[in-house]
Design a protein around this ligand. Structure first.
Ligand SMILES: CCCCC/C=C/C(=O)SCCNC(=O)CCNC(=O)[C@H](O)C(C)(C)COP(=O)(O)OP(=O)(O)OC[C@H]1O[C@@H](n2cnc3c(N)ncnc32)[C@H](O)[C@@H]1OP(=O)(O)O
Length: 359
């Protein structure tokens, strides 16, 4: 039997009470079904190419074609019911996670054996970094700098380490328009990278899989980079109409020499883990089959070394460059703010989403 109007209205109200954001894809489905159920087939004009959000909504609604209102209503009710049960079970999982570290939606943070582990936790999106995630990472670094761990480790959940900046960050345009968006993003980027420059304890990247964009550049500010032989390192900035960040315009030429840095940062050459090791970006590469075991055994041994000696040594090694790194970070962020407003950059982001739409 089809869903009655009462069931439908109740489902509409339940959506507002969901504990967990169901994600953009589901929200688009809900939007489309709601419009179909209440107004029938889409017959409004298609929004312009640059009006990304309204265009995505229109596409989702239009894709429902002539689906009858009653079926749309029923599908909406079924979708909400599925969301409610998964949200109930995920809150049980969450209470487990709460035992670890509460307050983070996009990261899993654990402290064990004097090691604080910050795990990027959006595996379905290849751990792409949303605005919320940048902010949570900054909070996590602040907390880790003060906790009683000796070493802080970054890693990714799933098959990727991280696919870099989440390109949907560019589609959420505030009332002040794209200029305001670019300005806010540049401030966020600068603050984010500053946290890595200033981080006082040994910082280790456990690169479990491919890394892209800012997830690669920032590695130049880490103290150890351990990589699985499945990992790759890719900075496709010119493909995206963008320019280097994370202080890589300085750290990469210093680490690997200008010629190799140019291949990566200007021409977007993707490195294997072995190549990244040969060029000094990676400390050591491990076979994927034994990666976790070998790396964590090593880190546990390191974490027992004298805490103060390690922290003071890091200061001696890093402090004399801090001022320079902050200035470079400010300059890279300023240049990117301009780049984000360029047609080249906007077209590249739209290309990414239109490629997706064809899949
Ligand atoms: C505010 C500070 C800004 C700092 C500036 C930072 C700059 C950068 O980091 S530049 C680099 C940006 N990253 C990219 O350009 C990568 C884009 N993604 C890809 O090219 C591919 O997704 C891939 C190569 C990383 C993986 O390809 P594949 O194995 O084919 O998997 P899918 O493409 O199907 O990905 C699964 C799922 O995840 C979504 N996704 C992955 N990466 C991103 C991303 N960076 N931004 C947004 N979404 C991403 C992808 O769209 C898929 O989503 P669904 O289709 O909804 O499943």
């Amino acid at each position: 039997m089809g869903a009655c109007q009462k069931d439908f209205e109740s489902a509409v109200n339940q959506v507002k009470l969901l504990k967990k954001d169901p994600g953009n894809e589901v929200k688009l489905k809900l939007y489309a079904l709601y419009k179909q159920a209440t107004e029938g087939p889409c017959n409004t004009p298609k929004p312009g190419l640059f009006d990304l959000i309204n265009k995505a909504k229109w596409d989702a609604w239009n894709a429902l074609g002539n689906l009858p209102k009653e079926t749309a209503r029923q599908n909406y009710v079924d979708l909400v019911s599925g969301l409610r049960s998964s949200s109930d079970s995920s809150s049980q999982v969450k209470s487990e996670a709460d035992k670890k570290r509460a307050g983070y939606d996009t990261l899993v943070i654990t402290s064990e054996d004097c090691i604080t582990k910050i795990m990027l936790n959006r595996p379905a999106k290849k751990n792409a970094l949303t605005t919320q995630m940048y902010r949570e990472i900054m909070l996590a670094l602040e907390a880790a700098s003060k906790d009683d761990s000796t070493i802080t480790v970054f890693t990714g959940n799933g098959d990727y380490y991280s696919s870099g900046n989440d390109l949907t960050n560019f589609t959420d345009i505030p009332p002040g328009g794209i200029e305001e968006k670019a300005k806010n993003s540049a401030i966020l980027l600068r603050d984010f990278v500053d946290c890595f420059i200033d981080f006082p304890k040994p910082l280790v990247a456990v690169v479990n899989g491919p890394a892209v964009g800012i997830a690669v550049t920032i590695l130049g500010l880490f103290d150890l980079v351990y990589a699985s032989d499945r990992a790759t390192f890719h900075t496709p900035f010119s493909h995206l109409g963008q320019t280097p960040e994370g202080c890589s315009s300085y750290t990469f030429p210093k680490i690997m020499g200008p010629a190799k840095a140019v291949e990566m940062l200007i021409f977007g050459k993707k490195l294997t883990a072995g190549e990244a090791y040969a060029q000094g970006l990676v400390t050591e590469v491990f076979p994927d089959s034994t990666f976790q075991k070998e790396v964590w055994t090593r880190l546990k041994a390191y974490s027992k070394l004298s805490q103060n000696a390690m922290h003071i040594s890091k200061q001696i090694i890093r402090n004399h460059e801090k001022e320079k790194l902050h200035a470079i970070n400010a300059e890279e962020s300023r240049i990117l703010q301009e780049r984000w407003l360029s047609d080249e950059c906007m077209n590249a982001v739209m290309d990414f989403f239109s490629r997706k739409a064809k899949l």
